[in-house]
Design a protein around this ligand. Structure first.
Ligand code: NAD
Length: 493
């Protein structure tokens, strides 16, 4: 097992020199099929990447299946050491230039956020290494003459399918527990930001036996279908839209694969009458505009108590007007361009729909460059419950605000969406705010904070936001099965 990596910048150079999204059995593959990658900052194609098809996907599945016996039998301490080595390189990368700039370039997120994503990815690898080493086999001696051993076992080969918006940290939070559990990985990154993910795949390959992680990007049907049909694949972990999540769940159903589905969100952000308005505004700025508003846990429906609505709306509109929209590599930038080319038009339609339903657009919207995928942050005030911006995932820098008189109505309006991922409550009486949070359908809640996520704690959605957990012991167990072995005879009985 190789444990030395000269530098992640060297890996970035290698990935950029001859971009391929096929890395199987430790070997980069050039294929005839290529995809153009477009930079969100100017809308221009800037490179091409070789992608795979059914042949490469099938080969990857065979290689991963062959890797299963050895990787699952690798001692936990050795697997943990490999994960910690990956974490160390991610830490170094978070303060270096190459990888973070590539993440910014592909996704449009600010360089500081790209660095934060690499640092967070390191935490996932380290936390999973720790959790693996803490995990204990249970030995039950309750039945006379028998000993019951209860031990975690790797489920099998894991298929990992990820979105574009966190092209390193979302793969990390799936791949780290899969590898910790002893599962070889089949990884399909997003076609929108594949190069940042390929750097991770290449880095992992340096620290793992060949064939333990195999990466293929291609048409979903070409890649995912053969993977989910392969007999050694036992778990599929998907993050992405609710629409595609349904397709993945259906594809996993015939073989009863374990599914982890981390899907879209429509997070309520509730400002209680006793909230510290200034702090609540700062909290919403983070919860709404982080990652250019393109985070699954972004605040979506903002419900403000009438007692503080005037002050809150004025202050939030002013703060939004001050946001600097620009090049994500520029340190002064608050909001960058959006990676998917169609998102500015999609968001403009969402704003028009809300205005037609009776909302008003507050403040002056910043001017944006002519070329590229830009959308200036917009605040919608008095958004009716029927408007799409209030009942479905916005996924962009548009804030939908409404005023409530009765908290029950706000809670009911959120539950009616069917989503259940994140929620936020702002109030100075923290116990009262926690009581409100318990009424929300949400897997994670921030009380007076816009950043509730922590890799050591489970994170997962309910309802239309999916099923299963990432992070924490539950995130590790997502790739494990518990085996009970009853032993009769021998010294112990
Ligand atoms: P997407 O659903 O369009 O794509 C996600 C992945 O699915 C990509 O790799 C894509 O190639 C693949 N895919 C597309 N069709 C497929 C099919 N038929 N079968 C299998 N895979 C298929 O999502 P996106 O635009 O990349 O990401 C944005 C969405 O992801 C948002 O809805 C966001 O809320 C969600 N998301 C959720 C979480 C979470 O933890 N819950 C985190 C990040 C993003």
């Amino acid at each position: 097992m190789t444990t030395v990596v000269s530098s992640t910048d060297a890996i970035v150079d290698e990935v950029l020199a001859d971009p391929t999204a096929v890395l199987v059995d430790g070997r980069r593959r050039a294929t005839l099929s290529r995809r153009a990658l477009v930079a969100p900052v100017d809308g221009l194609p800037w490179t091409e990447i070789a992608v795979g098809g059914p042949r490469e996907a099938g080969e990857a599945a065979e290689v991963a299946a062959r890797a299963l016996p050895a990787w699952s039998a690798t001692p936990a301490a050795e697997r943990a050491a490999a994960l910690r080595a990956v974490a160390g390189d991610l830490d170094t990368a978070s303060t270096a230039e190459g990888w973070a700039r590539l993440v910014s370039r592909e996704t449009g997120k600010r360089l500081a956020e790209a660095r934060g994503e690499l640092a967070l990815s390191a935490v996932y690898f380290r936390v999973m290494a720790d959790l693996l080493e803490e995990q204990q086999e249970l030995v039950l001696q309750a039945v006379p003459g028998a000993v019951h051993h209860v031990e975690p076992r790797p489920l099998g080969v894991a298929a990992v399918l990820t979105p574009w918006n966190f092209p390193v940290s979302i793969p990390a939070r799936k791949i780290a527990p899969a590898l910790a559990a002893g599962c070889p990985v089949l990884f399909k990154p997003s076609e929108v930001a594949p190069l940042s993910s390929m750097v991770l795949a290449t880095l992992l390959d340096r620290h793992l036996p060949a064939g333990t992680i195999n990466t293929v990007l291609g048409e979903p049907a070409d890649v995912v279908d053969p993977w989910l049909a392969h007999g050694e694949v036992q778990v599929v972990s998907f993050t992405g839209s609710t629409r595609v999540g349904r397709l993945v769940a259906a594809a996993a159903a015939p073989r009863f694969l374990r599914t982890v589905l981390e899907l879209g969100g429509c997070a309520p952000f509730i400002v209680l009458p006793d909230a510290d308005v200034e702090h609540a505004v700062q909290t919403l700025l983070v919860a709404k505009y982080r990652n250019n508003g393109q985070s699954c846990i972004a605040a979506n429906q903002v419900f403000v108590a009438r007692e503080v609505a005037g002050d809150f709306v004025d202050a939030f509109v002013t703060a939004t007007e001050r946001l600097v929209v620009g090049d994500p590599l520029d340190a002064a930038t608050d909001v960058g361009p959006l990676a998917p080319a169609g998102d500015p038009a999609r968001l403009a339609a969402l704003v028009d729909d809300a205005v037609a339903a009776g909302a008003r657009v507050a403040g002056t919207r910043a001017s944006v460059p002519d070329n590229g995928h830009w959308f200036a942050p917009a605040v919608l005030v008095d958004v009716p419950a029927a408007a799409a911006a209030s009942r479905d995932e916005v996924f962009g820098p548009v804030a939908a605000l409404s005023t409530y008189d009765d908290l029950d109505d706000a809670v009911a309006q959120h539950r009616a969406t069917g989503y259940g991922l994140a929620g936020y409550v702002c109030g100075t009486d923290v116990e009262a705010a926690r009581e409100v949070s318990r009424r929300l359908r949400a897997g994670i809640v921030g009380i007076n904070t816009g950043t509730p996520n922590y890799p050591g704690a489970p994170f997962g959605g309910l309802g239309l936001s999916g099923t299963g957990y990432e992070g924490g012991p539950q995130g590790l167990e997502a790739f494990q099965t518990w085996r009970t072995t009853a032993v009769v005879g021998g010294a112990a009985s």
